[in-house]
Design a protein around this ligand. Structure first.
Ligand code: LLP
Length: 434
């Protein structure tokens, strides 16, 4: 049963020979995503939250194959930009499966979105400020409206991803009744309230989660009372379910999170909506990268690989820990080949970018790396490719997906031409413009 699948897929659970041969076939660096694991993660979450509406936070991994897989499994899609809404619709989502969470939306996003809404009148827009509501009204939008509130409680794996108390997000919860009553008066179809406490919430932050959800429940009751009529359709408590990154970290007890959520919400005449991203995709993905240089530095051995902070930003941005494994060594060991017995020593795995923060780990004990080895970086399925960029004129890598015995390229590798093209187009444009 998919819902009974193991709660964690460790990097050690991947077959090293398979990973090694993917690099042989598709080159390096390479993102690999296992769709069956995405389905397993979805089923497990669905089993813990049987009454909830589940949206997938597209920002974690917007690959079309992921969106299609999760839609088919039953998820709706929570989108952070017009681009993500376009991807959701391209993946076959119907309007009622799409929520657009507008964080200070650029005018271009709103123009595009309101056009799309005319064709898909069931989509939901979640606004986080009165200006956004005004700007929607200016464009003739009077469709489904949800209000993002700032609950005043944050949680998550790093200061930079705790959104619940950061001033930038949402309308202060104490103003929600007034703002929504106003919107209803102006003809918006007020359907829900929303908040997101932060990303990577761990078991030891369950108290913060409980307090946050309780506040949302109270707020939902106040808003429903003020609105009269049928009240609110849903209360969206965001995403944020953490997953283990360290080898010895325990997974979130989903059952206790679900119980705590239900308990804190209390009796509520509205549907519970959740919108996790990371939970579905993090352990379904690895980043494969080849070793190009190995050198003895003063205090450590530096292993230079072909992926860098432009490929996977999380270590540089949040000091995030990702497990690392030498799949060349492990594949040889599984085969009983000579040379698989390499001494283990502390190594610093670094990328090709000219910044000292461009390291995936410092002084981590790994089998002695050699030129040509393939390393796998685990838990790369969430916020991996999504945060990749072209700094140092580095093209972004390819993504392949694995589904049972099938393997295919889901997104091609960029080349330097792809990096340069917009600039060349601009200079060509200048030549032809009088
Ligand atoms: N809903 C909203 C409104 C969000 O802002 C987010 C994440 C989610 C849902 C999904 O959160 P999740 O379930 O994936 O934790 N780049 C960071 C994470 C940023 C999360 C931003 N918002 C990282 O790599 O850790």
């Amino acid at each position: 049963d998919l819902a009974e699948s193991p709660a964690v897929r460790r990097l050690a659970d991947w077959d090293p020979a398979d990973l090694q041969s993917l690099v042989g076939e598709y080159g390096s660096p390479l993102y690999v995503l296992d769709l069956e694991r995405v389905r397993q993660n979805y089923r497990r979450l669905e089993a813990a939250f049987p009454d909830a509406e589940i949206l997938y936070a597209v920002k974690a991994n917007a690959l079309g194959d992921v969106l299609t897989t999760l839609r088919e499994a039953g998820a709706g899609l929570e989108c952070a930009s017009a681009g993500e809404v376009k991807r959701a619709l391209d993946a076959g989502a119907s309007g009622d499966e799409v929520h657009y969470t507008a964080v200070n939306p650029p005018a271009r996003d709103l123009d595009w979105l309101v056009d799309a809404w005319r064709d898909h009148p069931d989509l939901t827009v979640t606004a986080g400020s009165e200006d956004t509501i005004d700007r929607l009204a200016d464009r003739g939008y009077n469709g489904r409206l949800c209000l993002r509130v700032n609950p005043g409680i944050g949680a998550g794996h790093h200061e930079k991803v705790r959104t619940g108390a950061a001033a930038k997000f949402g309308v202060p919860a104490e103003r929600a009744v007034e703002v929504l009553a106003n919107a209803a008066d102006r003809g918006f179809d007020v359907v829900g309230i929303h908040a997101h406490v932060g990303s990577g919430v761990s078991s030891d932050q369950l108290d913060a989660h409980r307090e946050f959800v309780a506040r949302m429940g109270d707020l939902a009751r106040d808003v429903s009372e003020a609105l009269g009529g049928s009240g609110l359709e849903f209360v969206d408590v965001g995403g944020g379910f953490g997953v283990p990154y360290r080898e010895d970290e325990e997974p979130l007890e989903l059952g206790s999170v679900a119980d705590a959520t239900r308990e804190a919400l209390g009796e509520l005449d509205a549907r519970l909506t959740i919108e996790p991203g990371r939970y579905f995709v993090a352990d379904a993905g690895v980043l494969l990268t080849a070793v190009n240089t190995v050198k003895a530095a003063r205090e450590t051995t530096v292993v230079g690989v072909d992926a860098g902070m432009t490929t996977l930003l999380r270590p540089a941005m949040y000091d995030a820990y990702h497990p690392i494994r030498n799949v060349t060594v492990d594949a040889a060991a599984a085969n009983g080949d000579d040379g698989s017995e390499r001494e283990r020593l502390p190594q610093t795995v670094a990328g090709p970018i000219c910044e000292s923060g461009d390291v995936f780990c410092s002084d981590r004990e790994l089998p002695k790396s050699e030129r040509g080895d393939v390393l796998a970086i685990g838990n790369a399925g969430a916020y991996g490719y999504e945060m990749a960029n072209q700094y140092n004129s580095r093209p972004r890598p390819a993504s392949v997906v694995v589904d049972g015995n099938a393997v295919w390229v889901s997104r091609q590798r960029e080349d330097v031409e792809d990096v340069i093209r917009p600039e060349r187009a601009a200079s060509d444009g200048l030549k032809t413009t009088p």
